[in-house]
Design a protein around this ligand. Structure first.
Ligand code: ZN
Ligand code: ZN
Ligand code: ZN
Length: 333
């Protein structure tokens, strides 16, 4: 310490990597799929029934057979729903999984060119677009149905990067436009894996984020991990969304995090968080904690370790993207 005394400081770093695997299409359902061709699990009878129910949100009609091929459709015989399925099939044929390929390629590139501790400027990767992120437009006059895709999403989980202004054009439009038509035609995937890593590179634990990586889920995972018998709670948690996580801790009065430093990796803090956010600057800057600095005021441990580990971990995505959860070999410590 700067005053010459000795102190023990334990730090863990957490970050998410987009390495999704097939999962049940019902939000938050953690049951495994009976096989990877299914969209819904068979464990819950209500979920299993959805395999033979029209894929369009809000429609409970049974699926029908295609008159030409004789195969079962994923939609009922409502002409609009049939057109929606057609638009979805068309989008698959036109390289729908492009985002996923780009992401894997990006991780592979990062893997081959990475020279630790020099990390690529931004390892935030694009998430694959899922059925829940897109919707269908039906023109009642022409009868045409088209698929609308959202802008590419990222996994930072930091609110600062979102646009501040609301979009008046969208607000006006929403008064006259019919509700968005949504459907689950494709098999859904888990959102990402969240790794908790020591600065030396040892992985302390991980958690699967079934939908978006939310700070509340990350906090629950950290609390559960370090509440296990003989687990030692670290003094510092480094996480890219820690300003939001700390706000949540204070709002919800989560006692577990009392006395724990919640900083943001120095590089991320400087480049991805607003300097005008005084709460973020005062509470989440590593420079505010002398125990994280050496005699020269520099960081003496690697706060980018989770990102570096995720680059290594992400390279397994091609191997395990079609695996069932029981097959994915991840070691818990
Ligand atoms: Zn299910
Ligand atoms: Zn239907
Ligand atoms: Zn911040």
């Amino acid at each position: 310490m700067p005053d010459g005394t000795l102190a023990r400081t334990e730090v863990v770093v957490t970050d998410g990597v987009t390495i999704g695997r097939p999962c049940c299409g019902v939000p938050q359902c953690k049951n495994p799929l009976e096989n990877n061709h299914h969209r819904f699990c068979s464990v819950d009878p209500d979920h299993k029934k959805l395999e033979t129910t029209c894929a369009i949100e809000g429609c409970n009609c049974p699926v029908t057979r295609d008159s030409k091929s004789g195969k079962y459709r994923k939609a009922c015989d409502d002409p609009v729903h049939v057109k929606m399925e057609g638009a979805n099939v068309e989008s698959l044929c036109s390289g729908k999984s492009k985002t996923q390929c780009q992401k894997v390629a990006k991780l592979d590139n990062a893997m081959s060119s990475l020279d630790p501790p020099q990390l690529p400027a931004d390892l935030t990767v694009a998430l694959p677009i899922q059925d829940g992120d897109e919707w269908y437009k039906h023109d009642a006059q022409t009868g045409a149905v088209c698929l609308v895709r959202p802008a590419v999403m990222t996994s930072t989980g930091v609110l600062d990067t979102q646009p501040e202004m609301s979009h008046p054009a969208v607000d006006c439009e929403s008064k006259d436009t019919p509700p968005k038509l949504k459907a689950i035609f494709r098999r859904q995937r888990t959102n990402n894996e969240q790794l908790v890593v020591r600065p030396c590179g040892v992985i302390n634990g991980h958690g699967t984020m079934y939908h978006h990586e939310t700070v509340s889920n990350v906090l629950i995972m950290i609390e559960q991990l370090y509440s296990l018998p003989r687990a030692r709670k670290p003094q510092h948690l480094i996480y890219d969304s820690n300003c939001n996580a700390l706000r949540e801790v204070l709002n919800q009065c989560i006692k577990f995090f009392d006395g724990m430093g919640m900083c943001i990796d120095a590089f991320h803090h400087k480049n991805k968080h607003k300097a005008s956010d005084t709460f973020c600057r005062d509470r989440c800057d590593m420079k505010a904690y002398p125990e994280l600095l050496d005699d020269n005021g520099k960081y003496y441990f690697n706060s980018s370790i989770a990102k570096q580990t995720n680059v290594w971990f992400g390279a397994f995505h091609n191997i395990c993207r079609e695996m069932t959860p029981a097959s994915i070999p991840i070691t818990h410590t």
